[in-house]
Design a binder for this molecule. Structure first.
Ligand code: HEC
Length: 151
C-alpha cells in the first residue's frame, strides 16, 4: 500500500515536472505587444513607467512615446534598453525615424522632439540616477533571456 502511494507520488511529481516544462512560456515582448518573441533582452522588462511625478511636458512625451513607439515592437524595448545618454537616444530616435518614414507613419517633428526629451529625462531618472537598481534589473533580464535561448 505504502509502495503504491509512493509510486503514485512519483508519477504525479513527474507529471507536474513535465507540465511545468511544457507550459513555461516562450519569452515574448512585454506589455500590450506581448506576442512577438523577444528579440533583445530589454524586450522582457516592464512596458510602462510611472510618470506621475514627472514634469508635465515629459508626461506628454511619454504619452506620445507610448503611442508612436509601440507600433512595431514593445515600449519595453526602449524603456529597458541600456541606452541613457542624450546622444545615444538622438541616434536611435533618428534610426526609428527612418523606419517610420518607410511606413509613412511619421509623427510630427514637435512630437518626435517631445519623445526624445522624454527618453532622455526618463533615462536620467531611472537609469543614471538609480544606476545600481537599473544595473541589477539589467542582469536579471539578461539571465532570463539567455536561459530562454538555451531551451
Ligand atoms: C516602423 C517600425 C518601428 C517603430 C515605429 C519604432 N521602432 Fe524601434 N525598432 C524597430 C525595429 C525593426 C528594430 C530592430 C532592428 C533595429 O534596431 O534596426 C527596432 C529596435 C529598437 C531599439 C533597439 C535597438 C538596438 O539595436 O538595441 C530601440 C531602443 C528602439 N527600437 C526604440 C524605438 C523608439 C524610441 C521608437 C519611437 C520613437 C521606436 N523604436 C519606434 C522598428 C520600429
Amino acid at each position: 500500500m505504502r509502495r503504491r502511494f509512493a509510486a503514485l507520488l512519483l508519477c504525479l511529481a513527474s507529471l507536474a515536472w513535465g507540465c511545468s516544462k511544457k507550459t513555461e512560456p516562450e519569452p515574448t515582448q512585454a506589455g500590450p505587444m506581448a506576442g512577438p518573441p523577444a528579440r533583445f533582452y530589454y524586450d522582457l522588462g516592464p512596458a510602462a513607467v510611472d510618470v506621475s511625478a514627472y514634469p508635465s511636458s515629459y508626461q506628454q512625451g511619454y504619452k506620445l512615446f507610448s503611442a508612436v513607439c509601440a507600433t512595431c515592437h514593445s515600449t519595453a524595448r526602449a524603456l529597458n534598453a541600456p541606452y541613457a545618454e542624450a546622444d545615444t537616444w538622438k541616434r536611435y530616435v533618428r534610426r526609428m525615424h527612418v523606419k517610420m518614414e518607410s511606413r509613412s507613419a511619421l509623427p510630427a517633428p514637435q512630437e518626435e522632439a517631445l519623445i526624445l526629451e522624454f527618453l532622455i529625462y526618463d533615462s536620467k531618472v531611472r537609469k543614471l540616477d538609480k544606476s545600481e537598481e537599473f544595473q541589477a534589473q539589467q542582469e536579471k533580464l539578461k539571465t532570463r533571456f539567455e536561459e530562454a535561448a538555451k531551451r
